[in-house]
Design a protein around this ligand. Structure first.
Ligand code: GLY
Ligand code: MN
Length: 460
């Protein structure tokens, strides 16, 4: 945990940014795999971690703005629990480390919320994502789950605060990234024809566990890099394959890293692989260079799209005027997603609170319809203290090519004959994590090799 003062300060800021009522923070529970006492790995809710730091299932917190009270609701271990699990630090002591003096039994949460509601006070809550917390909120508030109405004021106050990282959070994030760097170097050493994808995935997870880290998301370790979130890991690498590793560690305190590297199963890139890789790397470098406070991330995304398009025109896969091609979204045949996302306590930071609130503004809302832009998680102007990823890619998806070609879609900008020569190419993505600083940006972590030369030399 950070110091008690940290959590007290964070809560003090939050209290000033919400007008009144009761702020409700249900923590996460241990979800059962196949029966209640055989749970999945427990991960505390990130907003709960941010304001309270306690990694304990089945607790909840309330900040009562009207009565100026902060209470943690949860049950101390019973003697049966202690027989089963051993003695542990009490919830009371954990709460004190979070700067919270008052704890009450979990059952009293519903009494507290009922009382607040009957006295006409507003109960603010966030969009629940765990089924149990949906049920809990429905029960506490006496409404059907479908009728739950998370508090926009509460969401916006949290997004504003969590978006700008404290120095001690940057230290945590860099710790996660540096472990992620090690994971990627290990994958680069292991990957060669004959090795299985799952062997590499297992090894990098083992390394992270040795560093007391979890995964910040299920690793994408694949020879089918054209599939954006491929989780199938049974393939054997063979000569000629491109291998994509999108994986990141999460520190014990919950902070994420998120990196992607792509390289050949063989020691050297083929000419074709190298050409496409250089196009992606060029877009990456140029996008990174324009990061600074005030720049709209949507403009950085579109700039990267332009560089990708220019590169694809040079390779003969696209044609025509690159600006016009991007305006017509022709590049989305190859780059179907967004350039990046916020990162922090979540790999897609605060995505549970809603992309519209985290990545966009009321004046410039998210484009939820246009292919490509609808997958851009961050569009608004960035500020000093934001941590975000830059991750351009080129993804060859045969089904998408067939669909577009059947419709003759964007035929002024796509050389379908040439594109079909790349049908089994797979995909390339390069991803690093950046801090927006007062005058620009800073690459987070110690840096991970990424040029063709660096990768080939490392794997020689
Ligand atoms: N690294 C996974 C993602 O950004 O979606
Ligand atoms: Mn990412």
């Amino acid at each position: 945990m950070f110091s008690a003062q940290t959590y007290q300060n964070r809560r003090a800021v939050l209290k000033n940014n919400v007008s009144g009522g009761v702020l409700l923070f249900p923590g996460n529970i241990e979800n059962p795999v196949n029966f209640e006492h055989n749970p999945y790995y427990f991960r505390q809710d990130s907003t709960f971690l941010y304001y309270f730091g306690i990694q304990e299932p089945k607790i909840a917190a309330v900040i009562d703005l009207d009565e100026d009270k902060t209470i943690i609701f949860g049950d101390e271990l019973s003697i049966d629990d202690i027989v089963w699990m051993g003695r542990q630090e009490t919830l009371k002591d954990k709460s004190l480390k979070s700067g919270v003096q008052e704890t009450r039994p979990y059952a009293e949460l519903s009494v507290y919320i009922q009382k607040a509601m009957t006295s006409g006070r507003k109960v603010h809550y966030l969009p629940p994502y765990q089924s149990v917390n949906k049920i809990l909120l429905g029960d506490l508030l006496n409404i059907k789950i479908a009728a739950l109405q998370p508090s926009t004021e509460f969401i916006q106050a949290i997004v504003k605060q969590r978006s700008v990282k404290e120095e001690q959070e940057i230290v945590q994030i860099e710790e996660a990234i540096n472990v992620s760097n090690e994971m990627h170097l290990l994958a680069m050493r292991m990957a060669k024809p004959g090795v299985k994808e799952y062997e590499i995935a297992n090894a990098i997870q083992h390394l992270a566990a040795d560093r007391k880290c979890q995964m910040s998301y299920p690793p994408i370790v694949t020879i089918n890099g054209g599939i954006l979130h491929n989780h199938y890991r049974m393939n054997t690498l063979k000569s000629g394959d491109l291998f994509l590793n999108d994986s990141g560690a999460e520190t014990a305190m919950g902070y994420a890293g998120d990196l992607t590297r792509t390289f050949p199963a063989d020691k050297k890139f083929t000419t074709k692989q190298k050409e496409v890789y250089e196009v992606v790397l060029n877009a990456f470098n140029n996008a990174q260079q324009i990061l600074k406070p005030g720049i709209r991330f949507k403009d950085v995304h579109l700039k990267a799209c332009l560089y990708l398009t220019e590169g694809l025109i040079d390779l003969g896969l696209m044609k025509g005027n690159p600006e016009d091609a991007v305006k017509n979204h022709a590049h989305t045949l190859f780059f179907q997603c967004g350039l990046g996302h916020m990162m922090g306590l979540d790999v897609h930071d605060m995505e549970d609170l809603g992309e519209q609130y985290v990545g966009y503004t009321e004046q410039e809302p998210k484009d939820t319809k246009t292919f490509g832009l609808k997958s851009l998680r961050l569009g608004k102007a960035v500020e000093a203290g934001y941590v975000l990823t830059v991750e351009p890619g080129i993804y060859i998806i045969p089904e998408l090519i067939d669909m577009w070609q059947a419709e003759n879609k964007n035929a002024d900008f796509i050389n379908y004959d040439k594109v079909n020569e790349y049908r089994d190419f797979g995909g390339v993505r390069v991803e690093d994590d950046f801090l927006i600083t007062n005058d620009g940006y800073r690459l987070l972590g110690n840096g991970l090799i990424k040029t063709v030369e660096e990768i080939e030399n490392y794997r020689a």
